[in-house]
Ligand binder design. Structure first.
Ligand code: ATP
Ligand code: ASP
Ligand code: MG
Length: 327
């Protein structure tokens, strides 16, 4: 007879996630159960942002300007997708960071979007179990907010999510063997400075930290793209949320808004200015405002909740680096 947690064992034989049409009945059953948790996750996350008075924007696919994903050492993509429409070069969304900064500055003081990101990750990343080449961010931004206000907001959202799922998905979490594993995190989450982590764990802190924590934690002060705020001391006012066993599920920051600083950082990073001409123009005119926000990797947070072996397991159509299925 099937035990209550037997769907967890199904995943042990999975290897890399298969497309739907190649799955056994038992594997499809596991997919269906994960799908229920995914649906309720979307309901909880979007409800939390709506309850906090955010505007919900629909995402974009093509733009002249998108995230440079550089020089963050975490980003490793083997191809950038550019195409031409109406005689103009456009790029598929790497993240909606530029749109968020502009929309939040000019029109929507509190906004979120569920945004598809296409990142053609290096093919060796298929075995991290943590990278897909198409995924979604719940990306949000708040005008005038501090980093600590954003971290508190995220803590409320994550705690509410676990509470909602423990109530609304008890049967599913039990079947997946996760009901007793997934505890309601306690606020405030611990905060680690990246410099301290480097002293303790060296350069591999990103892989080592998830192995020693029992609850989600913050890591702050991480050098990365020009749009995250850098203080005069060289300290970065940004943050990642790290979950046990897996790793990063969110990145965010207070943003740069001053023209001279943005220009210097773009030049320092060796990025093409013309790809960010609107941000530069708005900042020069004083129309870019100080904002802060973050993006939650939706498939990653579900992977953590359901205890999946590979992020492709939570996607109806797995987008595993290096593997292109028909759907
Ligand atoms: P990592 O270092 O883990 O590869 P990153 O720092 O390059 O991630 P960000 O640019 O910070 O990723 O993207 C914002 C969020 O989007 C991440 O915190 C993560 O939750 C999610 N994300 C990023 N890349 C992927 C991916 N390839 N597959 C699934 N989710 C991703
Ligand atoms: N969503 C991230 C942020 O808000 C940006 C990214 O996708 O890297 O900082
Ligand atoms: Mg990141």
């Amino acid at each position: 007879m099937r035990t209550q947690t037997s769907l967890r064992d199904v995943s042990l034989n999975l290897g890399l996630p298969k497309p739907l049409e190649m799955m056994s009945d038992e594997e499809i059953l596991r997919k269906v159960v994960i799908g229920k948790v995914f649906t309720r996750t979307l309901k909880s996350l979007t409800t939390s942002f709506l309850d906090e008075d955010f505007d919900w924007l629909l995402p974009v696919i093509f733009s002249k300007s998108t995230d440079p994903l550089w020089p963050d050492p975490g980003s490793s993509i083997e191809k950038r997708i550019e195409t031409e429409i109406y005689g103009e070069t456009v790029r598929t969304t790497l993240s909606m960071i530029v749109h968020k900064m502009v929309a939040c500055s000019l029109a929507y003081p509190k906004l979120f979007t569920l945004s598809p990101n296409v990142r053609v990750e290096k093919r060796e990343r298929k075995s991290t179990g943590w990278h897909a080449y198409e995924f979604s961010q719940l990306d949000f931004e708040v005008r005038g907010a501090s980093s600590s206000a954003i971290r508190s907001l995220v803590e409320r959202v994550v705690i509410k999510l676990v509470e909602d799922l423990r109530k609304g998905c008890e049967a599913e979490l039990t079947q997946l063997g996760q009901y007793d594993v997934l505890k309601i995190p306690k606020s405030p989450f611990k905060v680690f400075d990246r410099e301290e982590l480097e002293k303790e764990y060296g350069g591999s802190w990103e892989t080592l930290l998830p192995k020693v924590i029992k609850e989600p934690v913050w890591v702050v002060n991480i050098p990365r793209e020009f749009y995250d705020f850098e203080e005069v001391t060289g300290r970065w006012d940004n943050y990642d949320l790290i979950v046990p066993k897996y790793g990063e599920v969110l990145s965010g920051a207070k943003r740069e808004w001053e023209y001279n600083k943005i220009l210097k950082k773009i030049e320092r990073d060796g990025i093409r200015k013309e790809n960010f001409s609107l941000l530069l123009k708005l900042s020069k005119e004083g129309r870019l405002k100080q904002t802060a926000g973050a993006g939650i990797g939706v498939e990653r947070i579900v992977t953590w909740i359901v205890g999946a072996n590979h992020i492709g397991e939570v996607q109806p159509f797995p987008k595993i680096p290096g593997i292109v299925n028909e759907l």
